[in-house]
Design a protein around this ligand. Structure first.
Ligand code: NAD
Ligand code: UDP
Ligand code: UDP
Length: 336
């Protein structure tokens, strides 16, 4: 005799959709640079409730101060390498240090955050039926032998180098996302983010744009790491956040590159910062770190076609917006 199974309990998504059209959204790493801008954008929609979990390794409550106490907002001190029980409809999984000096500081912890942290968020997504987006990185392409980089390129990554905790960690995180998708039917989205800059970056976090702007405002030489001809493509944070939300709410799993195709050498970047922010400042050449990718530029054909997205803010427009934020935080005067 066969017994009929009871119908499954409604997932929070179906549950909240049934009673109201509110969306409950988890942002891991929401106290960080990109995360806090994403939270600002999500909170603008009155139908959204936002939960942030963060261990404050590189992020800060200050980035979210305007939302603390808001009835649709909740901030939880939590490390994603531990189990998390919340009921949500969407998970933006950003938690992971992004600046080389921070991710190299405790590489084993960086790997755990990428692997165990992503596994936990996928376990959560599976239990509650949530859609999950991973913020992967252009670093999965390593020191690329194909230029610009399309999503179909598998990359050139050193598995045992000092950057591997981050780039190999993100590669495993992508693998886990696709395995949960294939094996458990989880709805996934993967963004491969290229260098992003803007207000609220840690002033001393060691990334090139924040370094150069802070140095220009402090009248310190701009430290161009050798050879200086290496290239990056810089996306302003509001453009990036727009791409993340389009990806999450669109139909495509990705991976999809999100970045600004404008490509600059580090010497050109230094010259531009000098011209726009402090014409008196010196440019100094310093040693580089191992495995530094020599060139990087996104092919954003997929983002354009599938998400109708492309960045709007040029480097020359974004740098002054970031300068203003850094000047206020450093208490520095305008140099120009
Ligand atoms: P960030 O360091 O400002 O933010 C990361 C946040 O995650 C911080 O608030 C930090 O405290 C938190 N965090 C770190 N480990 C955690 C853990 N174990 N548990 C809970 N919280 C933890 O960096 P960001 O630039 O805002 O980057 C956000 C995401 O975007 C990261 O996943 C990063 O890999 C990705 N990304 C960023 C860039 C970029 O240029 N900024 C480029 C590619 C990918
Ligand atoms: N997990 C979590 N929150 C949940 C459900 C799961 O943090 O709501 C974690 C859980 O601790 C586990 C991981 O996600 O380590 C993977 O969960 P899954 O159910 O896929 O695997 P299993 O628990 O069967 O190993
Ligand atoms: N860089 C530099 N001066 C600095 C910091 C970084 O010239 O003070 C260079 C670095 O060698 C690399 C590029 O800027 O080629 C981007 O480095 P960042 O750490 O910002 O990001 P990522 O290497 O992750 O792209």
């Amino acid at each position: 005799q066969t017994t009929t199974k009871p119908p499954p309990l409604p997932s929070p998504l179906r549950f909240s959709k049934f009673f109201q059209s509110n969306m409950r959204i988890l942002v891991t790493g929401g106290a960080g640079f990109i995360g806090s801008h994403l939270v600002d954008r999500l909170m603008e929609n009155e139908k959204n409730e936002v939960i942030v979990v963060d261990n404050y390794f590189t992020g800060s409550k200050d980035n979210l101060k305007k939302w603390i106490g808001h009835p649709r907002f909740e901030l939880i001190r939590h490390d994603v390498t531990e189990t998390l029980l919340v009921e949500v409809d969407r998970i933006y999984h950003l938690a992971c240090p992004a600046s080389p000096i921070f991710y190299k500081y405790n590489p084993v912890k960086t790997i755990k955050t990428n692997v165990i942290g992503t596994l936990n968020m996928l376990g959560l997504a599976k239990r509650v039926g949530a859609r999950i987006l991973l913020t992967s990185t252009s670093e999965v392409y390593g020191d690329p032998l194909v230029h610009p980089q399309p999503e179909s390129y598998w990359g050139n990554v050193n598995p045992i180098g000092v950057r591997s905790c981050y780039d190999e960690g993100k590669r495993v995180a992508e693998t886990l996302m696709f395995d949960y998708h294939r094996q458990h039917g989880i709805e996934i989205r993967i963004a491969r983010i290229f260098n992003t800059y803007g207000p609220r970056m840690n002033i001393d976090d060691g990334r090139v744009v924040s370094n150069f702007i802070a140095q220009a405002l402090r009248d310190e030489p701009l430290t161009v790491q050798n050879p200086g001809t290496q290239t990056r493509s810089f996306c302003y944070v509001s453009d990036l956040v727009d791409g993340l939300i389009r990806l999450m709410e669109g139909e495509h799993t990705g991976p999809i590159n999100l970045g600004n195709p404008g490509e600059f050498t580090m010497l050109e970047l230094a010259e531009t910062v000098k011209e726009l922010i402090n014409p008196e400042v010196e440019i100094k050449r310093v040693e580089n770190t191992p495995d530094d990718p020599r060139q990087r530029k996104p092919d954003i054909t997929k983002a354009k076609e599938l998400l109708g997205w492309e960045p709007k803010i040029k480097l020359r427009e974004g740098l002054p917006l970031m300068e203003e934020d850094f000047r206020l935080r450093l208490g520095a005067n305008k140099k120009k």
